[in-house]
Design a binder for this molecule. Structure first.
Ligand code: TYD
Length: 206
């Protein structure tokens, strides 16, 4: 039951690496299920639209609960049934995003409360391997140039610095689960590093 998750700040290059990994795995004849968070079910997509709407003001605790509600729906409706069937699943963000963005970025609640909520929303599901694509804020902003900012992306530099610190601490605390990739490198080099870690975890992929 392979469950792989991707994390990093907006503009880290997550989507490119996810597409490359998905294509590689599908090339070996595997069926791969990819979901984005928040999203992946009709209810979660509706919550996503609310969360990313720049015209709204949302209290940090409300925001945290809404991200968690979207996750709970995705996990119970899609991820757990697929895991039970032994399918390959890639998640574009998971509970580490809530820890980094709502916990460290927004400083919404105490970490202990946040971990309880994460546990509740994920139903205790933990990824086999999490790729954290690490870039500094400046590199990420350059990559996003020209794109309209959603509500989260409009949160400012100090916020994103705290999010990065949050991710760094998650990676430090859970080195067996979280692989840090230097995402300031060229796309192909990042993907090579990713594949080394993936093979280390699952053995040869063929
Ligand atoms: P999205 O457009 O999917 O961003 P990206 O392509 O960078 O993943 O929007 C998701 C946004 O929501 C992103 O800014 C991160 C944020 N987010 C949280 O703040 N908390 C969470 O728990 C999750 C899943 C996402």
């Amino acid at each position: 039951m392979p469950l792989i998750t991707f994390e990093g700040i907006d503009g880290c290059g997550k989507s490119t690496q996810i597409q490359k990994l998905k294509a590689l795995l599908e090339g070996t004849g595997r069926k791969v299920y990819l979901f984005r968070e928040p999203g992946g079910t009709p209810l979660s997509e509706e919550i996503r639209a609310i969360l990313l709407d720049s015209n709204r003001t949302i209290h940090p605790v409300t925001e945290m609960i809404l991200f968690s509600a979207a996750r709970s729906d995705l996990i119970t409706q899609q991820v757990q049934p697929l895991l039970q069937r032994g399918e390959w699943i890639i998640l574009d963000r998971f509970y580490d995003s809530t820890t980094a963005y709502q916990g460290y970025g927004r400083e919404a609640v105490r970490m202990e409360e946040l971990s309880n909520l994460n546990h509740l929303a994920t139903n205790g599901v933990i990824p086999d391997i999490t790729f954290y694509l690490r870039v500094d804020r400046e590199t990420a902003s350059k990559r996003r140039e020209g794109e309209a900012a959603d509500r989260m992306e409009g949160a400012g530099d100090a916020f994103f610095e705290r999010v990065i610190q949050g991710y760094d601490q998650i990676a430090e605390r859970e080195p067996d689960r979280v692989t840090v990739l230097d995402a300031s490198q060229p796309v192909e080099k990042v993907f090579d590093d990713l594949m080394v870690a993936l093979k280390h975890h699952y053995g040869e992929i063929d």
